[in-house]
Design a protein around this ligand. Structure first.
Ligand SMILES: Nc1ncnc2c1ncn2[C@@H]1O[C@H](COP(=O)(O)OP(=O)(O)OP(=O)(O)O)[C@@H](O)[C@H]1O
Ligand SMILES: [Mg+2]
Length: 333
């Protein structure tokens, strides 16, 4: 069997007890090792041997550090976010995979289903929700002079970290300020009654993401990935990190899943296809659905009227609606 053969080869180079997961499909092998640092010389040799034996498969080796199992914090140390029933995060291991586009359209799709929805832009590295929802500037103060009033565009209540941290602040300083600023934003906004709050998370699996996972009472996390290996490997890292902090993975969305030529209607898998679906299945997670690579999706979100608002009856909006329905089922709302 292929799996046993791969394990035999792995065992020649690395202890098998560190092999945390092994994904084998027609065109790829992803082996994930835990609690072991990568030794480039060894991993290159292992990769080469596997590649020689399975020339039709791309081989990826992934080394993840163990996160302390003591990572949970007390309920009392979590941020108090009043009036919000469920909080879901939209995260990705890698930047630029369409996390914000997914978060914004998902929020609009949930709102279309009749839910009261909030969208928080917590991506300190590239806050883009204001552009996508078409608002700018600082949120107004509420009448009490203490709380912020969220912006409300297309029926969704929204605030962005971009309002508190200006574009010229160096990344390293943003990191230091980040969690405090995000806490201020989510705990000091007058939300009213909200069924689902969607949080556009910063990409990656660093300290800020871990702190947010600990401090926010998430009902679950949606992971966005493109189908190609490089993004999937980071998605796997993200999934493992969130699981270790005790957060349920609601599922994986494959963004830029395929391209349909607007002229001839031919379907092309620019970044490969089904990679995220296969990864979800192998990790025992839910595949929430695929979103096509589509010009209208880009144009509408960059111009402040996301596709679900611009063309709610179209095919692209339908792919976000389907994902929203699956999430609602999981949340029981
Ligand atoms: N399905 C899609 N079809 C076409 N364009 C898309 C799609 N998804 C995202 N884009 C475009 O790709 C670019 C990156 O998307 P987006 O900003 O949502 O990614 P991100 O993961 O949030 O990135 P960052 O890490 O920079 O925050 C944007 O210009 C967006 O309009
Ligand atoms: Mg973004």
């Amino acid at each position: 069997m292929t799996e046993n053969r791969i394990k035999e080869i792995v065992a020649k180079y690395l202890p098998l007890e560190n092999l945390k997961s092994l994904q084998i499909s027609d065109n790829r092998i992803i082996a994930e090792f835990e609690q072991i640092s990568e030794n480039k010389q060894i991993s290159e040799k292992l990769k080469q041997e596997l590649a020689t034996l399975f020339p039709e498969k791309k081989v990826n080796l992934l080394f993840t550090q163990k996160i302390s199992s003591n990572i949970g914090i007390k309920e009392t140390e979590k941020w108090k976010i009043g009036g919000v029933k469920h909080i879901i995060g939209v995260a990705s291991g890698k930047g630029g995979v369409g996390k914000s586009t997914t978060a914004v359209n998902l929020a609009l799709a949930l709102s279309d289903k009749g839910l009261k929805v909030a969208l928080v832009d917590a991506d300190i590295y590239g806050p883009s929700v204001p552009t996508m929802l078409g608002y700018e500037g600082m949120p107004m103060m509420s009448a009490d002079g203490v709380h912020f009033s969220a912006f409300n565009n297309y029926g969704v209540e929204s605030v962005s970290i971009g309002s508190l941290i200006d574009r010229d602040t160096p990344i390293i300083w943003r990191g230091v300020k980040a969690c405090g600023a995000i806490e201020q934003l989510v705990t000091q906004t007058n939300w009213g009654e909200i069924d689902v709050m969607v949080i556009d998370m910063p990409p990656g699996t660093g300290d800020i993401q871990i702190t947010l996972s600990q401090k926010i009472n998430f009902s679950g996390m949606v992971i966005v990935s493109t189908p190609q290996d490089i993004a999937l490997i980071d998605a796997i890292k993200g999934i493992n990190m969130f699981k270790k902090t005790g957060i349920e993975i609601l599922g994986i969305v494959e963004n830029m899943s395929y391209f349909i030529c607007p002229h001839c209607g031919e379907k092309t898998n620019i970044f490969g296809h089904n990679g995220a679906k296969e990864t979800a299945e192998k990790m025992g997670e839910t595949f929430l659905g695929g979103i096509p690579l589509n010009m209208e999706i880009r144009e509408t979100s960059d111009s402040g009227t996301p596709i679900v608002a611009a063309n709610p009856d179209g095919e692209q909006a339908a792919s976000y609606e389907k994902i929203a329905e699956k999430i609602m089922l999981k949340l029981g709302v």
